[in-house]
Design a protein around this ligand. Structure first.
Ligand code: PLP
Length: 442
């Protein structure tokens, strides 16, 4: 459906060009469990492989169920095209590998999901791709690290545990001066932030989190903003300007706009080169599951954010809480960024430092009755975890502190239950954890 309205609630249900199934008129998006697609004739097959025509070839590379999800997520983010992959982790990997090859470097924010740090610091390094880390407190830190081999900037919109909103426009502007695209992981802030509107060239998502929303499916995607000129500086972006001998010498920055009439070279290269060669597609069953979640993601985000605001008010006044970490509670410029970039809510993630340190943190988590103790965020249910001993445990002490993880930090992902019930569970767990501490001291 083409709609002039850009409202996320409508896009989540109608975004993209799916209206009903062309053969059955099914309104709900069908699950196409097929690996392959019958070609009309040999010319049709040859044209599809030569990218002279676009259409289904093989489900590793595209699938009609995934296609609906891809178009809806692209529309939600204000991008031109998107590519789904098997996990958020695969999306980050593809995002970097789509612009970097051995010998290249990229500059990433220090505020990152622990799994992304591992990927960037260790696995990509083994492939000859260097990650340079910049503290986003000052956007100029990104500029200082650029050299002639720098291919992209990378950051998260609302990174936990620090929950400092990233200066998207400031860093994107620096990048654009040097023809360097900014890739934003918007996993924690769908609907409430649209990084492409602020200049990001690419958005990646772990669809596993708020978009899937029910803790049932792992998935990821890359959204091409269609707003970056990949041919402006051929030396800066060799993968888009040099002939790709794996695809008949295609120069992706030139050939894709010629063939499609759209500036979607990033998405097309990710699909026809990286999905083709590295695999890791999103299974159509999982795409279907994520579509169910996406339909209500804007509604859920409202409830997540409003509940989180109430939880923060409660925690700020609680005698056993030493500090509450939340985007709006930072000071000065960092707090101002949350106002500038987050619209309609401040996200569902809340950090707390308990007065009793590590022990109190552990006891608190064990005393929670309704919250689940899991390594996830963005479920409809409320979740809690102690990052230092779990999600971030593979980081060094230095890396932990750089990421804002102190020993007593507890991360909460506030769900969509009734706020009174969420607060009641936190209240009883805080009381329990402090009782234990008193006993231990006496
Ligand atoms: N990006 C962020 C911000 C995440 O929190 C996660 C997972 O927790 C990922 C990426 C990786 O996503 P997935 O678990 O779907 O691979």
């Amino acid at each position: 459906m083409s709609t002039k309205k850009n409202n996320p609630e409508t896009i989540a249900l109608h975004g993209g060009d799916y209206r009903s199934d062309p053969t059955t008129t099914s309104v709900a998006v069908p699950l196409y469990r097929t690996t392959s697609y019958q070609f009309n004739n040999t010319d049709h097959a040859a044209n599809l492989f030569a990218l002279k025509e676009f259409g289904n070839i093989y489900t590793r590379i595209m699938n009609p169920t995934n296609d609906v999800l891809e178009k809806r997520v692209a529309a939600l983010e204000g991008g031109l095209a998107s590519v789904t992959v098997g996990s958020g982790q695969a999306a980050s990997t593809f995002a970097i590998m789509n612009v970097c090859q051995s010998g290249d470097n990229f500059i990433s924010s220090t505020d990152l999901y622990g799994g992304t740090v591992n990927l960037f610091t260790h696995t990509l390094k083994k492939l000859g791709i260097e990650c340079r880390y910049a503290d986003p407190a000052d956007p100029k830190n990104f500029e200082k690290l650029i050299d002639e081999k720098t291919r992209c900037f990378y950051a998260e919109t609302l990174p936990n545990p620090y929950l400092r909103v990233f200066p998207i426009k400031e860093v994107s502007d620096i990048g654009r001066k040097h023809n360097i695209p900014l890739i934003m992981d918007n996993t924690a802030a769908p609907v409430i932030c649209k990084p492409i509107e602020h200049g990001a060239a690419v958005v990646v998502h772990s669809l596993t989190k708020f978009i899937g929303g029910h803790g049932t499916v792992i998935g990821g995607c890359l959204v091409d903003g269609g707003n970056f000129d990949w041919t402006a500086d051929p030396k800066r972006q060799p993968l888009f300007n040099e002939p790709d001998m794996s695809y008949g010498g295609a120069k992706w920055g030139e050939v894709v706009p010629q063939l499609t009439g759209a500036n979607v070279s990033f998405a097309v290269r990710a699909r026809v080169v990286l999905l083709r060669d590295l695999g890791a597609p999103l299974a159509p069953d999982n795409a279907w599951g994520i579509i169910q979640g996406l339909e209500t993601a804007p509604l859920r985000m409202k409830q997540h954010c409003s509940n989180a605001d109430k939880v923060v008010d409660f925690l700020k006044k609680h005698k056993n809480v030493a500090r509450v970490i939340y985007p709006t509670l930072h000071k000065g410029e960092i707090a101002a960024r949350s106002k500038k970039y987050l619209k309609g809510g401040n996200g569902a993630l809340v950090g707390i430092e308990l007065k009793g340190g590590v022990e109190a943190g552990k006891k608190f988590i064990e005393a929670l009755k309704m919250f689940y103790h899991v390594a996830n965020i963005g479920d409809a249910r409320s979740l809690a975890i102690h990052p230092a001993t779990t999600t971030h445990s593979q980081l060094t002490e230095e890396e932990l502190l750089a990421a804002g993880v102190t020993p007593g930090y507890v991360r909460l992902s506030i769900g969509i239950e009734h706020p009174d019930d969420i607060i009641a569970d936190l209240d009883q767990a805080l009381t329990e954890s402090s009782k234990t501490k008193l006993k231990a001291v006496s």
